[in-house]
Design a protein around this ligand. Sequence first.
Ligand code: ZN
Ligand code: MN
Length: 450
Amino acid sequence: MEIEINNKTYRLVLGFEIHLELATKSKMFCRCPADWFGQKPNTLVCPICLGFPGCLPYPNEKAIEFTYKIALALNCKINSEFYFDRKHYFYPDLPKGYQITQWNRPIGYSGYLNLLSGKKIRITRVHLEEDTGKLIHRQGKTLVDYNRAGVPLVEIVTEPDFDNLEDAKEFLENLQLIFRKIRVSTANMEKGSMRLEPNMSLAEVKPDSSIDLPDYKVELKNINSFRFAKKAVEYEIKRQVELIKQGKLPDQETRGYNEDKGITVSQRKKEEALDYRYFPEPDIPVIRINKQDLAKIKAQIPELPIDLAKRLIKTYSLSKEKAVILAKKSNLAKLFETVLKRLKSSPAVKQKTAEKIANILINSRVKLNDPDEIIKLYTESIKPASYDKTKLATAVKQVIANNAQAATDYKRGKESAIMYLVGQCMRILKGQAPANKIKELLIKELNQAK
Ligand code: ZN
Ligand code: MN
């Protein structure tokens, strides 16, 4: 996306930070249940997740396994030895006064995810941490619920590789599909298990069409749907364009998105990693994963939706649109492939057949799961419509008799007259015969009558 401001061209520079709650049974460093949503406030807590002094955290093995799985699915380089760090800040939803997270040694780094267009989105890092509690603002008071405190949370950071919102949408939807496919999270945005934080700025485009990253970046918080992420970024683009128009550089800051007003509001200005006083968590030893375990996790990762869509397009010449729909529901894609293999279609009819089978699967109102049933539906759909030959013959004769002018026109070489006659036959037959058959018979009759 490029924008003209004061006779200069600017380009959107957009990246994301994604937080994902893992679908483990228990929390990250204690045995409290992790499924906090909708539970009575402050009932899923213990001295560890409440941050009582002297408590020792013990890490959740499943959460570590899930984080490796995510890192591998996103083509990351892997730290097979890692440790946790403390990130200090004061906030009522953070009972310990610090968050256990990963700073210097994330589980995954330097990964990527390719879009359908082939564009590569670089993944900066994938690390494991713990969620905070939740503040509830009610009737001028603020209440705090610690049920969510300590729930395993994975943070995924992308490079600012997006220059438009369509690519961002494709990427984020794919991430959500991947998380569900590899069964590490419900990735439910309404319930806050997948949360988006876009970061963006506007960069001046140089004559060679390249850009340097600008000296500022705005991070957007509190976003719980793709739609709001889009709206928040669109609002920010307008706001930043206005500032640049006035010759000002937008501030480096964190802004919250207000859903009701559709605007972003400044929350914090310029904070640096230094402010958090990161240091290695002394209560948890360094953790190592061996090659065999890593290989086992890798083997559990199935074909990802985007790869599946690409393969369907390549193998069956399926349209992009249909391939994406099928890839989203991998059971449909599987059925699609089974049916096509059974039909053993020749390459000549491959694309048409593939499109038709895809149509049947996508448009079916009932749940299809039997390949035989789909093949039956397909065979019916390609069978030439049956029609009454006597009725057709009568209709043709009648139309020729009633439209002498058109018949004469045709005989004198006016080819287009035939289509008028076909239309008249269709009317009489109420569409109960194929147009090509009508045309064939009309021409035969007219030629005989010469
Ligand atoms: Zn606990
Ligand atoms: Mn985080």
